[in-house]
Design a protein around this ligand. Structure first.
Ligand SMILES: NC(=O)c1ccc[n+]([C@@H]2O[C@H](COP(=O)([O-])OP(=O)(O)OC[C@H]3O[C@@H](n4cnc5c(N)ncnc54)[C@H](O)[C@@H]3O)[C@@H](O)[C@H]2O)c1
Length: 423
């Protein structure tokens, strides 16, 4: 492992392959590339120390290049111990001059040491995927939080944590909820998580979806995406929900809906995407069929009660395939857990396709520029991304896809802004 004050990555010899993968992803990220070109000329982030705690993937590398082109002094650390692509991390250091602290499969101590390095970088702007960095800056590392003007948050779970901090009166600096921008969650969470979670399951297990019972726990943005794609591949999809409106939506989208206690006994594959804790609990594991495959694509691995499963199992055979652990239950029923319950799409596959991350990271880059322009003016709260950024990113994405749309005529604009015309 190469270790200096500027980086901690697995092996610098992996940089060549990492660079190839970063440039391949770049080919599918045209909106971000346009922003990078403008940033290189205008330098809107000049002189800003930035720390980003994100999944270290080829797509994130292109965001990092964009922030650097804008003049940021960027440090990147991992937002999950199993999502780092070591070749990408090496290339970011060697080819793109970015400080990276991320090693795939790092233990808890190293994970938090890397977050500490991100704090010691004394950032003025931070970026998070899950709020672990912001959380450190509010607890053990709070002495490094004084200069922060704003923070960007990439995912649903992070936004939930930050809103809780705001509500409890402990939030110290303004946050922009990038996840809540339409150009993020409508596409990344739905189409990105939808496709890449199934990709992760297939790569890890060689699972055939056609004809299987696939249980999706949570029918939010990610759950809708996973379910639609599993259905398209011929699976019989069962949805478990706690929100009656979302459950109703799932029923009318044509899915079976039932409680997890009932679904547990019939599912062949289980995917959790709730952002909640112990949604598959020990009693559910006890009911599962021999050969059931269980994974999580929500942010934290707490969605599966693996502590309870471990206690209930007679035996655990680790690594029966790469990233697959076999839990042998009483009666010799076998349950397969993928990637220790960590994000299956990032641990077992490559995360979201670059084309969808193009929008998420274009929105991230523009939100950072906005936050810096607004430095000192934003209140200490969780703020939305301005609607004009969403609209700009969507317009450009359509343009790069060669899709043209209509625009309102003067008469239509007037009509839509008035109330006098009726039947
Ligand atoms: N794998 C990835 O790359 C990726 C990408 C985006 C988001 N995420 C994460 O996925 C999770 C879900 O995100 P989202 O945007 O879909 O959130 P969301 O809020 O839109 O949906 C979550 C759904 O889960 C339901 N739910 C909560 N507790 C439940 C329970 N006990 N049983 C059944 N349903 C329950 C909620 O009612 C809600 O409908 C979050 O942790 C988010 O951070 C992961």
């Amino acid at each position: 492992m190469s270790k200096t004050t500027n980086y901690d990555v697995k092996d610098m010899k992996l940089a060549g392959e990492g660079k190839r993968r970063i440039l391949w992803a770049d080919g599918d990220m045209p909106v971000l590339a346009m922003i990078r070109e403008r940033f290189a000329k205008e330098k809107p982030l000049q002189g800003r120390r930035m720390s980003a705690c994100l999944h270290v993937t080829a797509e994130t590398a292109n965001l990092a290049r964009t922030l650097k082109a804008g003049g940021a002094d960027l440090l990147l650390c991992a937002s999950n111990p199993l999502s780092t692509q070591d070749d990408v991390a090496a290339s970011l250091v060697k080819d793109f001059g970015i400080k990276v602290y991320a090693v795939r499969a790092e233990n808890r101590k190293t994970y938090y040491d890397h977050i500490a390095s991100a704090c010691k970088h004394r950032p003025t702007v931070t970026m998070d995927d899950g709020a672990d960095l912001v959380n450190a800056l509010h607890t053990d590392m709070s002495r490094y939080a004084d200069d922060i003007v704003a923070s960007m948050e990439e995912t649903t779970t992070g936004v939930i944590r930050l809103r809780a901090m705001e509500k409890n009166g402990i939030l110290k600096f303004p946050v922009i909820a990038v996840n809540d921008a339409d150009t993020k969650h409508l596409f990344d969470n739905r189409y990105g998580t939808g496709q890449s979670s199934l990709d992760g399951v297939i790569r890890a297990t060689d699972f055939l979806l056609a004809g299987k019972k696939v249980v999706v726990v949570g029918y939010g943005w990610c759950g809708r995406g996973v379910s639609a794609r599993a259905k398209g591949a011929g699976a019989n999809v069962i949805i478990c929900e706690v929100d009656p409106v979302r459950a109703l939506e799932a029923v009318m989208d044509g899915f079976s809906v039932m409680p997890i206690a009932a679904a547990a006994a019939v599912g062949d594959l289980f995917i959790t995407v709730t952002g909640d804790i112990n949604v598959i609990d020990t009693p559910h594991f006890r009911k599962m069929k021999d050969g059931a495959i269980v994974c999580n694509s929500g942010h934290f691995n707490v969605e599966l009660n693996l502590v309870g499963l471990k206690k209930a199992a007679k035996k655990i055979n680790r690594g029966v395939r790469n990233l697959v652990d076999e839990y042998v239950m009483p009666g010799n029923r076998r349950i397969y857990i993928l990637a220790e319950g960590r994000l299956v799409n990032l641990a077992c596959a490559e995360g979201h396709p670059a084309s969808v991350m193009d929008m998420s990271f274009a929105t991230q880059a523009l939100a950072s520029e906005y936050a810096i322009k607004q430095a000192g003016k934003l209140s200490v709260a969780v703020h939305p991304v301005p609607a004009r950024i969403d609209s700009w990113v969507a317009k450009l994405k359509l343009k790069t896809m060669d899709v043209k749309i209509d625009s309102l005529t003067a008469e239509q604009k007037k009509y839509l802004a008035s109330s006098d015309m009726g039947t």
